[in-house]
Design a protein around this ligand. Structure first.
Ligand SMILES: [Zn+2]
Length: 347
Protein backbone atom coordinates (compact mmCIF):
# COMPACT_ATOMS: atom_id res chain seq x y z
CA UNK A 1 0.00 0.00 0.00
CA UNK A 2 1.32 3.38 -0.95
CA UNK A 3 -0.20 5.05 2.13
CA UNK A 4 -1.24 3.97 5.58
CA UNK A 5 -4.84 4.40 6.63
CA UNK A 6 -5.32 5.56 10.22
CA UNK A 7 -8.45 4.23 11.89
CA UNK A 8 -9.27 6.33 14.90
CA UNK A 9 -13.01 6.18 15.39
CA UNK A 10 -15.08 8.73 17.26
CA UNK A 11 -17.50 7.56 19.96
CA UNK A 12 -21.14 6.67 19.33
CA UNK A 13 -23.40 9.74 19.37
CA UNK A 14 -25.03 12.14 16.91
CA UNK A 15 -22.15 12.04 14.44
CA UNK A 16 -21.68 8.27 14.60
CA UNK A 17 -24.91 6.36 15.10
CA UNK A 18 -23.31 2.92 14.91
CA UNK A 19 -25.98 1.82 12.41
CA UNK A 20 -24.63 -0.47 9.72
CA UNK A 21 -24.94 0.73 6.14
CA UNK A 22 -26.57 -1.35 3.40
CA UNK A 23 -23.35 -2.20 1.56
CA UNK A 24 -21.32 0.32 -0.43
CA UNK A 25 -22.57 1.29 -3.88
CA UNK A 26 -20.71 4.57 -4.45
CA UNK A 27 -18.41 7.25 -3.05
CA UNK A 28 -19.32 10.89 -2.38
CA UNK A 29 -16.35 13.25 -2.64
CA UNK A 30 -16.33 16.30 -0.40
CA UNK A 31 -14.01 19.01 0.79
CA UNK A 32 -14.21 20.43 4.28
CA UNK A 33 -15.08 23.92 3.02
CA UNK A 34 -12.81 25.24 5.72
CA UNK A 35 -9.35 26.33 4.63
CA UNK A 36 -6.61 25.00 6.90
CA UNK A 37 -8.71 22.57 8.94
CA UNK A 38 -6.80 19.28 9.27
CA UNK A 39 -7.90 15.65 9.43
CA UNK A 40 -7.37 15.48 13.18
CA UNK A 41 -8.86 18.93 13.65
CA UNK A 42 -12.04 17.61 12.08
CA UNK A 43 -11.95 14.43 14.13
CA UNK A 44 -11.68 16.50 17.31
CA UNK A 45 -14.55 18.67 16.20
CA UNK A 46 -16.87 15.72 15.54
CA UNK A 47 -15.82 13.91 18.70
CA UNK A 48 -16.32 16.95 20.92
CA UNK A 49 -19.29 18.82 19.50
CA UNK A 50 -21.00 15.75 18.07
CA UNK A 51 -23.13 17.43 15.38
CA UNK A 52 -25.69 15.44 13.38
CA UNK A 53 -23.36 15.44 10.41
CA UNK A 54 -20.22 13.52 9.64
CA UNK A 55 -18.16 11.75 7.01
CA UNK A 56 -16.18 8.53 7.15
CA UNK A 57 -12.75 9.78 6.19
CA UNK A 58 -10.75 13.02 6.39
CA UNK A 59 -7.59 13.40 4.38
CA UNK A 60 -4.84 15.97 4.73
CA UNK A 61 -1.14 16.04 3.88
CA UNK A 62 -0.29 13.69 6.76
CA UNK A 63 -3.23 11.42 7.44
CA UNK A 64 -5.85 9.35 5.74
CA UNK A 65 -8.04 9.27 8.80
CA UNK A 66 -11.15 7.12 9.06
CA UNK A 67 -13.27 8.42 11.93
CA UNK A 68 -16.30 6.22 11.23
CA UNK A 69 -16.00 2.52 10.28
CA UNK A 70 -16.72 1.95 6.60
CA UNK A 71 -19.50 -0.52 7.36
CA UNK A 72 -21.42 2.12 9.32
CA UNK A 73 -23.54 5.06 8.11
CA UNK A 74 -22.26 8.62 8.16
CA UNK A 75 -24.35 11.76 7.66
CA UNK A 76 -22.74 13.57 4.76
CA UNK A 77 -25.58 14.23 2.26
CA UNK A 78 -29.06 15.45 3.12
CA UNK A 79 -31.69 12.74 2.89
CA UNK A 80 -34.12 15.06 1.12
CA UNK A 81 -31.99 15.43 -2.02
CA UNK A 82 -33.14 12.97 -4.66
CA UNK A 83 -30.26 12.80 -7.13
CA UNK A 84 -28.52 10.03 -5.16
CA UNK A 85 -31.71 7.97 -5.32
CA UNK A 86 -32.16 8.53 -9.03
CA UNK A 87 -28.51 7.81 -9.85
CA UNK A 88 -27.79 4.94 -7.51
CA UNK A 89 -31.14 3.81 -6.18
CA UNK A 90 -30.17 4.63 -2.61
CA UNK A 91 -29.57 7.49 -0.20
CA UNK A 92 -25.90 8.40 0.03
CA UNK A 93 -25.90 8.11 3.82
CA UNK A 94 -27.06 4.50 3.57
CA UNK A 95 -24.92 3.30 0.69
CA UNK A 96 -21.92 5.58 0.14
CA UNK A 97 -18.60 6.38 1.75
CA UNK A 98 -18.12 10.10 2.41
CA UNK A 99 -14.56 11.30 1.90
CA UNK A 100 -13.40 14.79 2.84
CA UNK A 101 -10.43 16.64 1.37
CA UNK A 102 -8.59 18.98 3.74
CA UNK A 103 -6.87 21.93 2.05
CA UNK A 104 -5.63 25.49 2.49
CA UNK A 105 -3.80 27.14 5.37
CA UNK A 106 -0.66 25.18 6.17
CA UNK A 107 -1.80 22.01 4.42
CA UNK A 108 0.45 20.98 1.53
CA UNK A 109 -2.15 20.54 -1.16
CA UNK A 110 -0.07 18.33 -3.40
CA UNK A 111 0.37 15.80 -0.58
CA UNK A 112 -3.23 16.04 0.51
CA UNK A 113 -4.58 15.62 -3.01
CA UNK A 114 -2.31 12.67 -3.76
CA UNK A 115 -3.66 10.84 -0.68
CA UNK A 116 -7.22 11.76 -1.58
CA UNK A 117 -6.81 10.35 -5.09
CA UNK A 118 -5.10 7.21 -3.81
CA UNK A 119 -7.78 6.61 -1.18
CA UNK A 120 -10.57 6.88 -3.75
CA UNK A 121 -8.71 4.27 -5.82
CA UNK A 122 -8.40 2.13 -2.70
CA UNK A 123 -12.17 2.32 -2.10
CA UNK A 124 -12.86 1.53 -5.75
CA UNK A 125 -10.76 -1.60 -5.29
CA UNK A 126 -12.24 -2.57 -1.92
CA UNK A 127 -15.86 -2.26 -2.97
CA UNK A 128 -15.58 -3.29 -6.61
CA UNK A 129 -16.67 0.12 -7.94
CA UNK A 130 -16.26 1.80 -11.30
CA UNK A 131 -14.22 5.03 -10.98
CA UNK A 132 -16.10 6.79 -13.77
CA UNK A 133 -19.58 5.81 -12.65
CA UNK A 134 -19.48 5.35 -8.90
CA UNK A 135 -17.75 8.49 -7.66
CA UNK A 136 -19.91 11.58 -7.35
CA UNK A 137 -19.26 15.11 -6.11
CA UNK A 138 -21.34 16.40 -3.23
CA UNK A 139 -22.08 19.42 -5.47
CA UNK A 140 -23.64 17.11 -8.06
CA UNK A 141 -25.99 15.59 -5.49
CA UNK A 142 -26.92 18.86 -3.80
CA UNK A 143 -26.15 21.66 -6.28
CA UNK A 144 -28.27 24.34 -4.67
CA UNK A 145 -26.38 24.15 -1.39
CA UNK A 146 -22.94 22.71 -2.09
CA UNK A 147 -19.94 23.35 -4.31
CA UNK A 148 -17.53 20.75 -2.91
CA UNK A 149 -15.09 19.31 -3.65
CA UNK A 150 -14.62 21.40 -6.81
CA UNK A 151 -14.48 24.53 -4.69
CA UNK A 152 -11.18 23.30 -3.24
CA UNK A 153 -9.75 21.52 -6.28
CA UNK A 154 -10.42 24.35 -8.68
CA UNK A 155 -8.26 26.66 -6.61
CA UNK A 156 -5.37 24.43 -7.58
CA UNK A 157 -6.30 24.14 -11.25
CA UNK A 158 -7.88 20.69 -10.98
CA UNK A 159 -11.25 20.05 -12.60
CA UNK A 160 -13.64 17.26 -11.65
CA UNK A 161 -12.67 15.36 -14.81
CA UNK A 162 -8.98 15.70 -13.98
CA UNK A 163 -9.72 14.21 -10.58
CA UNK A 164 -11.68 11.25 -11.93
CA UNK A 165 -8.93 10.57 -14.44
CA UNK A 166 -6.35 10.71 -11.67
CA UNK A 167 -8.35 8.22 -9.58
CA UNK A 168 -8.75 5.92 -12.53
CA UNK A 169 -5.05 6.04 -13.20
CA UNK A 170 -4.13 5.49 -9.55
CA UNK A 171 -6.51 2.53 -9.43
CA UNK A 172 -4.85 0.94 -12.45
CA UNK A 173 -1.35 1.72 -11.21
CA UNK A 174 -1.63 0.75 -7.57
CA UNK A 175 -4.38 -1.84 -7.54
CA UNK A 176 -4.30 -3.38 -11.00
CA UNK A 177 -0.53 -3.60 -11.21
CA UNK A 178 -0.01 -1.37 -14.25
CA UNK A 179 3.17 -0.05 -12.73
CA UNK A 180 4.53 1.83 -15.68
CA UNK A 181 1.75 4.41 -15.51
CA UNK A 182 3.01 7.87 -14.51
CA UNK A 183 2.24 9.41 -11.14
CA UNK A 184 -0.76 11.74 -11.16
CA UNK A 185 0.41 15.32 -11.53
CA UNK A 186 -1.09 18.17 -9.57
CA UNK A 187 -1.56 20.60 -12.39
CA UNK A 188 -1.81 23.77 -10.36
CA UNK A 189 1.42 23.12 -8.49
CA UNK A 190 3.68 23.51 -11.48
CA UNK A 191 2.31 26.95 -12.33
CA UNK A 192 3.22 29.90 -10.19
CA UNK A 193 0.17 32.08 -9.57
CA UNK A 194 -0.73 34.79 -10.28
CA UNK A 195 -0.50 34.65 -14.05
CA UNK A 196 -0.62 37.98 -15.87
CA UNK A 197 0.44 40.09 -18.80
CA UNK A 198 3.51 38.72 -20.57
CA UNK A 199 2.99 35.12 -19.43
CA UNK A 200 2.46 32.43 -22.02
CA UNK A 201 1.95 28.71 -22.42
CA UNK A 202 -0.59 25.93 -22.09
CA UNK A 203 -1.88 27.23 -18.79
CA UNK A 204 -2.57 30.67 -20.30
CA UNK A 205 -4.41 28.99 -23.16
CA UNK A 206 -6.54 27.08 -20.65
CA UNK A 207 -7.40 30.34 -18.88
CA UNK A 208 -8.30 31.93 -22.21
CA UNK A 209 -10.55 29.02 -23.13
CA UNK A 210 -12.22 29.29 -19.74
CA UNK A 211 -12.74 33.03 -20.22
CA UNK A 212 -14.30 32.51 -23.62
CA UNK A 213 -16.62 29.78 -22.43
CA UNK A 214 -17.61 31.96 -19.48
CA UNK A 215 -18.75 34.58 -22.02
CA UNK A 216 -15.72 36.89 -22.00
CA UNK A 217 -14.71 36.78 -25.63
CA UNK A 218 -11.24 37.40 -27.06
CA UNK A 219 -12.22 38.51 -30.56
CA UNK A 220 -8.81 39.58 -31.83
CA UNK A 221 -6.38 36.88 -30.68
CA UNK A 222 -8.55 34.11 -29.27
CA UNK A 223 -6.98 31.38 -27.09
CA UNK A 224 -3.45 31.84 -28.40
CA UNK A 225 -1.60 31.07 -25.19
CA UNK A 226 -0.19 34.60 -24.88
CA UNK A 227 -1.40 36.76 -22.01
CA UNK A 228 -1.65 40.16 -23.70
CA UNK A 229 -3.77 43.25 -23.23
CA UNK A 230 -6.88 41.63 -24.70
CA UNK A 231 -6.71 38.79 -22.21
CA UNK A 232 -5.98 41.23 -19.42
CA UNK A 233 -9.05 43.29 -20.24
CA UNK A 234 -11.20 40.14 -20.36
CA UNK A 235 -9.86 39.09 -16.96
CA UNK A 236 -10.69 42.52 -15.56
CA UNK A 237 -14.24 42.37 -16.92
CA UNK A 238 -14.59 38.91 -15.41
CA UNK A 239 -13.30 40.12 -12.05
CA UNK A 240 -15.65 43.06 -12.06
CA UNK A 241 -18.62 40.88 -12.89
CA UNK A 242 -17.85 38.40 -10.11
CA UNK A 243 -16.97 40.99 -7.52
CA UNK A 244 -13.29 40.13 -7.30
CA UNK A 245 -10.44 42.59 -6.90
CA UNK A 246 -9.98 44.03 -10.40
CA UNK A 247 -6.24 43.72 -11.09
CA UNK A 248 -6.11 41.81 -14.38
CA UNK A 249 -4.07 39.03 -12.75
CA UNK A 250 -5.22 35.43 -12.48
CA UNK A 251 -4.51 34.37 -8.91
CA UNK A 252 -6.14 31.59 -6.86
CA UNK A 253 -9.39 33.53 -6.32
CA UNK A 254 -9.92 34.47 -9.95
CA UNK A 255 -8.87 31.02 -11.16
CA UNK A 256 -11.19 29.32 -8.66
CA UNK A 257 -14.13 31.50 -9.67
CA UNK A 258 -13.41 30.95 -13.35
CA UNK A 259 -13.42 27.19 -12.85
CA UNK A 260 -16.60 27.36 -10.78
CA UNK A 261 -18.37 29.39 -13.43
CA UNK A 262 -17.34 26.94 -16.14
CA UNK A 263 -18.28 23.89 -14.10
CA UNK A 264 -21.72 25.36 -13.57
CA UNK A 265 -21.07 25.51 -9.82
CA UNK A 266 -21.65 29.22 -10.05
CA UNK A 267 -24.02 29.79 -12.95
CA UNK A 268 -24.59 33.45 -12.26
CA UNK A 269 -23.33 35.90 -9.75
CA UNK A 270 -26.56 35.67 -7.86
CA UNK A 271 -25.60 37.60 -4.77
CA UNK A 272 -22.99 40.21 -5.61
CA UNK A 273 -22.40 42.37 -2.59
CA UNK A 274 -21.90 46.12 -2.85
CA UNK A 275 -18.78 47.94 -1.69
CA UNK A 276 -18.89 50.75 0.81
CA UNK A 277 -20.93 51.28 3.95
CA UNK A 278 -24.72 50.97 4.29
CA UNK A 279 -26.82 51.59 7.33
CA UNK A 280 -30.26 52.38 8.68
CA UNK A 281 -31.87 55.03 6.48
CA UNK A 282 -30.04 54.10 3.27
CA UNK A 283 -32.00 53.13 0.18
CA UNK A 284 -31.36 51.71 -3.25
CA UNK A 285 -30.29 48.72 -5.26
CA UNK A 286 -27.20 48.09 -3.19
CA UNK A 287 -29.44 47.71 -0.13
CA UNK A 288 -31.48 45.19 -2.09
CA UNK A 289 -28.36 43.21 -2.87
CA UNK A 290 -27.55 43.02 0.81
CA UNK A 291 -31.12 42.02 1.65
CA UNK A 292 -31.13 39.21 -0.92
CA UNK A 293 -27.85 37.85 0.36
CA UNK A 294 -29.07 38.01 3.97
CA UNK A 295 -32.19 36.10 3.04
CA UNK A 296 -30.17 33.48 1.18
CA UNK A 297 -27.95 33.05 4.23
CA UNK A 298 -30.93 32.51 6.50
CA UNK A 299 -30.97 35.94 8.16
CA UNK A 300 -34.26 37.00 6.66
CA UNK A 301 -34.80 40.79 6.57
CA UNK A 302 -38.49 40.10 5.68
CA UNK A 303 -38.67 42.64 2.83
CA UNK A 304 -36.42 42.87 -0.23
CA UNK A 305 -37.47 46.48 -0.74
CA UNK A 306 -34.16 48.33 -0.98
CA UNK A 307 -34.85 50.15 2.28
CA UNK A 308 -32.34 49.72 5.09
CA UNK A 309 -34.80 49.87 7.98
CA UNK A 310 -34.83 48.25 11.40
CA UNK A 311 -35.64 44.76 10.03
CA UNK A 312 -32.61 44.85 7.75
CA UNK A 313 -30.51 46.28 10.55
CA UNK A 314 -31.62 43.43 12.81
CA UNK A 315 -30.79 40.86 10.17
CA UNK A 316 -27.30 42.34 9.76
CA UNK A 317 -26.86 42.29 13.54
CA UNK A 318 -27.91 38.64 13.73
CA UNK A 319 -25.39 37.83 11.05
CA UNK A 320 -22.64 39.83 12.77
CA UNK A 321 -23.32 38.15 16.10
CA UNK A 322 -22.16 34.87 14.57
CA UNK A 323 -18.62 36.22 14.24
CA UNK A 324 -16.44 37.48 17.07
CA UNK A 325 -14.47 39.47 14.52
CA UNK A 326 -17.46 41.67 13.63
CA UNK A 327 -18.82 44.63 15.54
CA UNK A 328 -22.44 43.93 16.36
CA UNK A 329 -23.59 47.35 15.10
CA UNK A 330 -26.04 46.51 12.31
CA UNK A 331 -23.96 48.53 9.85
CA UNK A 332 -22.92 46.83 6.61
CA UNK A 333 -19.28 47.56 5.72
CA UNK A 334 -16.21 45.87 4.23
CA UNK A 335 -15.73 43.39 7.09
CA UNK A 336 -19.35 42.27 7.14
CA UNK A 337 -19.18 41.99 3.36
CA UNK A 338 -16.13 39.74 3.59
CA UNK A 339 -17.76 37.34 6.05
CA UNK A 340 -21.02 37.29 4.11
CA UNK A 341 -19.09 36.38 0.99
CA UNK A 342 -17.39 33.56 2.83
CA UNK A 343 -20.70 32.15 3.95
CA UNK A 344 -22.22 32.53 0.50
CA UNK A 345 -19.27 30.62 -0.91
CA UNK A 346 -19.87 27.80 1.53
CA UNK A 347 -23.50 27.31 0.54
ZN1 LIG B 1 -19.75 17.97 1.22
Amino acid sequence: MKYNITRDYIGIGNSRSGQKNNGIEFIVSHDTGNAGSTAYGNRNYFENTNPTASAHTFIDDKYILEIIPLDEKAWHVRYNVSSDNSRYGADANDAAIGVELCWGGRINFEESYDRYVWYHAYLVDQFGLDPKRDIVAHSTLDPSRRSDPQNAMNRYGISWNDFINDVNQAYRKYFQGEEDLPEPVVKGASVQLPVGRGDEGAFVREIQRDLISAGFSLPQFGADGMFGSETERAVMRFQKRYNLAVDGLVGPQTLGTLKEVNNGDRPVNEFPLPRGVLQNGDEGNSVKQVQRALKRLGYDPEYIDGKYGSLTEDAVKRFQSMYQELANDGIYGPNTKRFMEMELEDL
